[in-house]
Design a protein around this ligand. Structure first.
Ligand SMILES: Nc1ncnc2c1ncn2[C@@H]1O[C@H](COP(=O)(O)OP(=O)(O)O)[C@@H](O)[C@H]1O
Ligand SMILES: O=P(O)(O)OC[C@H]1O[C@](O)(COP(=O)(O)O)[C@@H](O)[C@@H]1O
Ligand SMILES: [Mg+2]
Length: 335
């Protein structure tokens, strides 16, 4: 391929800029032309497409967010939107596209693949909820941000002998809660992948204080329920501690990416270009056991493909699972 494009889509994630930079620089290094697409699939359909040069990505590696902007654009789930996007790409002479985004964006990349347009998916989301990779770009930074916030909450929590519910992001996945919770020494971690009993939770809070704890930090993944809902349930189940709720929210999405996210993004960005240069599309790049891997975006589970189609409906072959060993670990070391 001689001319490729890159876009970022869905929720932004720290490290997306590093990935774009790597795509641009590697493409130029390989003698290819590279175009940026603003606002994800929305910009693809609108033809918001422009050439990128090496100097255009200078200084971007350390910046959070995405300088190509992002968007949630439900119209791309419709055939009409997908075909309009492909038409724009072809109009600009683009032969392959790098899609940096989360699980939703991967659905879009799957549709491009289905229509025969070469796309490479790079996992860009703080949620770590993508199939085909152990870690996503942005996860490490979000975990670090959440962990630092919980450390601060612990200071004030201990001073007042309070119970805190700290609600973290992750949509339907508990990965941020697990990593930030264990890293910050949380007393309890609640994740959507694991049921919990509110009476046991209240008993454990009471036990903690009885055993000399001067705070109780419950890290709650947003996919379970909101912090306010959990607070109500805990109170109704007999908790009599001084309870506060803190929802960390979008601070988890911003900020300068960690070294890990920058390196992961750079490595994956360059690999995406190598694949397109070889004329290979329809693949998602991931990291598994510290090595880069590629999975077909569309195909059967046996082929290791991320998605298959059932009467035109997208089926996720092996949905992401949070690491439940970490859940067990926290139970063992938090009392
Ligand atoms: N089923 C789908 N088919 C095609 N495109 C989709 C589909 N689901 C999501 N997308 C596209 O991907 C974008 C980002 O998805 P979203 O779930 O919001 O974020 P993320 O990619 O970060 O998970 C959507 O706004 C839409 O443009
Ligand atoms: O920014 P919004 O649109 O309020 O969405 C919030 C959601 O986006 C996230 O921050 C990131 O999710 P995506 O990467 O799938 O977009 C989730 O953790 C959260 O549930
Ligand atoms: Mg998502």
């Amino acid at each position: 391929m001689k001319r490729i494009a890159v876009l970022t889509s869905g929720g932004d994630a720290p490290g997306m800029n590093a990935a774009i930079r790597a795509v641009v620089r590697k493409a130029i290094y390989e003698g290819m032309e590279v175009f940026g697409i603003n606002y994800g699939y929305a910009g693809m359909v609108a033809g918001d497409i422009f050439p990128l040069a090496s100097r255009g990505v200078g200084g971007k590696i350390s910046q959070g967010g995405t300088f190509l902007y992002s968007a949630r654009f439900p119209e791309f789930a419709e055939l009409e939107g997908q075909l309009a996007g492909i038409e724009q790409l072809k109009k600009h002479g683009i032969e392959g596209v790098v899609v940096i985004g989360g699980d939703g964006s991967y659905h879009g990349a799957m549709r491009l693949t289905e229509h025969g347009f070469p796309a490479i998916g790079l996992p860009g989301t703080i949620d770590n909820d993508i199939v085909g990779t152990d870690y996503t770009i942005g996860f490490d930074t979000a975990v670090t941000t959440a962990l630092e916030a919980i450390d601060k909450i612990r200071d004030t929590s201990s001073s007042h002998k309070r119970t805190f519910i700290v609600e973290v992001m992750g949509r339907h996945a508990g990965d941020i809660a697990l990593w930030a919770g264990i890293g910050a020494g949380a007393d309890e971690i609640l994740i959507p992948e694991q049921d919990f009993d509110v009476n046991e939770l209240v008993a454990s809070i009471k036990n903690g204080y009885k055993n000399g704890k001067n705070h109780n930090i419950i890290v709650l993944a947003e996919g379970v329920m909101t912090g306010a809902e959990l607070a109500e349930k805990i109170k109704a189940a007999g908790d009599d501690s001084d309870l506060r709720v803190s929802t960390l929210g979008h601070i988890q999405r911003g900020g300068t990416p960690t070294a890990r996210d920058r390196v992961l993004a750079s490595w994956m960005g360059a690999r995406a270009v190598e694949l397109l240069k070889e004329g290979r599309g329809g693949l998602a790049v991931g990291i598994h056991n510290e090595k880069l891997v590629e999975s077909p975006i569309l195909g059967t589970a046996e082929e290791g493909a991320l998605f298959s189609l059932d009467n035109g409906k997208i089926v996720v072959n092996n949905p992401h699972k949070a690491n439940l060993d970490l859940y067990k670990l926290n139970k063992e070391i938090s009392s």
